[in-house]
Design a protein around this ligand. Sequence first.
Ligand SMILES: CC(C)(COP(=O)(O)OP(=O)(O)OC[C@H]1O[C@@H](n2cnc3c(N)ncnc32)[C@H](O)[C@@H]1OP(=O)(O)O)[C@@H](O)C(=O)NCCC(=O)NCCS
Length: 177
Amino acid sequence: MSPIISPALLADAAEIAAIYGHHVLHGTASWEIVPPTPDEIAARMGKVLDAGWPWLVARDADGEMLGYAYAAQYNPRAGYRYACEDSIYLRHDALGRGIGTLLLAALIDACEAWGFRQMIAGIAGSEPASVALHARAGFVEVARLRSMGRKHGQWLDVIYMQRALGAGDATPPMEEP
Ligand SMILES: CC(C)(COP(=O)(O)OP(=O)(O)OC[C@H]1O[C@@H](n2cnc3c(N)ncnc32)[C@H](O)[C@@H]1OP(=O)(O)O)[C@@H](O)C(=O)NCCC(=O)NCCS
């Protein structure tokens, strides 16, 4: 059954913290070492939601959270305001069932609606599932930074993949200062 994808609420912070915390402790996709608390996740969500950027959650028919995805401006400096970076994490027992593909497609739609023109994925640990997920969604590798991270006793690369959104750089944005 297809997951139900909807905008996240601050009240979702505890479930999001539980999903993310598993990957912090056991994976290499995040280079945090200590799982953030629900309050810290709520603070991070607040910054994204206050800016009007998308934060989506996927739930099953019983309402259990399966994963989440969000996008934020790639760099806080104003010149980057049409470039976003995505982040997507699924519950550890919901991987490999197509949920990431659906969440990322919904996130891309939401980012295009917001007006972002480029999306970057910084794939820490060069996770094969994340590389495949983004390639399937039209991202291409634009850079690989070698041995930038250290976690679980390994030196880890970061792969940057990029995709144009909407008209990309073919037209100016809707608003110029
Ligand atoms: C990365 C992630 C979001 C992908 O979501 P998913 O639901 O597991 O992926 P899907 O089932 O939609 O599959 C997407 C693609 O990845 C491939 N894939 C899935 N799991 C894979 C794995 N373990 N190894 C290699 N490829 C894999 C699928 O075959 C599919 O590619 P295809 O369309 O070419 O066949 C999810 O696995 C996850 O949360 N991983 C841990 C955290 C993480 O790495 N987050 C990304 C941070 S940038």
